[in-house]
Design a protein around this ligand. Sequence first.
Ligand code: SF4
Length: 397
Amino acid sequence: MLLYIHVPFCRSRCRYCAFHSVALGKGVQAEHSAAVHSYCRTVLCEMQAWAAHWGKLEVESIFFGGGTPSLLPVQAIGRLVEEAHKLFAVRPEAEISMEANPESLTSKAQACACRAAGINRLSLGVQSMDDAFLRILGRAHRAQDVVQAVSYARQAGISNINLDLMWALPQQSVAHWLHTLRQVLCLQPEHISAYALTLEEGTALAQEVDTGQFTQPDEAAQSAMFLEGAALLAEAGFEHYEISNFARAGFACRHNQGYWQGQDYLGLGPAATSTMAGRRWTNPSNQASWEKAVQAHSLDAAPELLSPLNRVLEMIMLRLRTSRGLPLADYTALTGLDFMASHAKLVTALREHDLICLHKGHLCLTQQGMLLSNSIISSIFEITEQKLRAQGWEEAL
Ligand code: SF4
């Protein structure tokens, strides 16, 4: 099982962000916030309640995500890791990740305390190494803070660092993006995540793009950013192991790999989603409602039951995003069908356009195919649903 702990606090709200998080404001120290204290107490209760319900499950990885987990007092992180060890069978070699924003990792002592609390992988929200873009995004840090935060983490002995980046930013050129990549490579991270910016409706940045104040790079520029960025990282020794993720050998994120392989995950905290034994539920995003539901033991009162059809579609989507691809034998084992035969026309067309390839019994997207992943996956879904429904599989979705 994978354990995810959502920390719903941020220093301030970024201008592109539609995630649920509460801005603490500039002057407020997390240790003095009543909301943070209440969150810490409740998330412990939630963990205890699930352990009582599911028993001492084996935990392969723990991931503190957010929000900005590095805003929490480090004692609270330590207490949660300790409790997880008590309540679950956390594997000795478990990956324990924490997301952090560069401006919130401010000393070697803080980084050492995180390491001592059990954190062995740090994921820094960098987004760009250019202050002009950080200002457009409304990030609270500057490029120099990234350099400093990585240095503190290294001094603390954290030997697995991910740097989270975003491309396709308003006003960004291909050269700007490659410059950011070269800058982060100088910091020698083990892992890089690079997501295209999605403009979420209702955010300040989406409005500014709508009103023409900023312009997003056009399709050709976005394709060049993806392909040239991937080539640069390959040259630097990174494996492109998932559409948006790159790692040095041995440093692929085990927690995310678990998601993509369809393992069960338990999500704690407001807005966290869990999928356990074919049931999926999402916690209330409002802190007060979540706290009430924890006290009432009603978080999974109305779970979504994952139907066999849902599971097949999810497997196709998650596996095709990875460079290993979709194991055709797994598809046959779940459905009793031969994927290549039942999708023959589509597969031929995609292969002719060099969008997919076959490798050791796995169907994989090529790099060009990754650029069009959403439309390729939805075409595959359409045919899969038709074929399975024709076989008498239940209505779903
Ligand atoms: S730090 Fe992350 S979660 Fe918080 S507002 Fe910014 S993007 Fe959103």
